[in-house]
Write a new protein. Structure first.
Length: 82
């Protein structure tokens, strides 16, 4: 099975960027909630948001590592052709 490496690279970059933006959005609400003591969310929802942040962070790390592997593969393919 032939995989288009450039397309995979674009997907990982887009996914990583979107998840980072979501993490910034959730983190800004969490920080404001702590700083101003707004109590926007109940304890259960705060735990759920913490789990969501953990999973989003895991996705960002996975995208970063996958992007590195794809780029190394592209570089090695280009070195073979020279």
């Amino acid at each position: 099975m032939k995989i288009n490496k450039r397309k995979l690279e674009g997907v990982t970059i887009s996914t990583g960027f979107i998840t980072i933006v979501l993490m910034i959005f959730f983190a800004s609400f969490a920080f404001a909630d702590l700083l101003f003591e707004w109590d926007l969310f109940s304890e259960e929802i705060q735990r759920g948001l913490g789990v969501i942040m953990f999973f989003l962070g895991s996705i960002v790390i996975a995208c970063f590592l996958l992007n590195i592997m794809v780029n190394l593969s592209i570089m090695s393919s280009k070195m073979e052709t020279k």
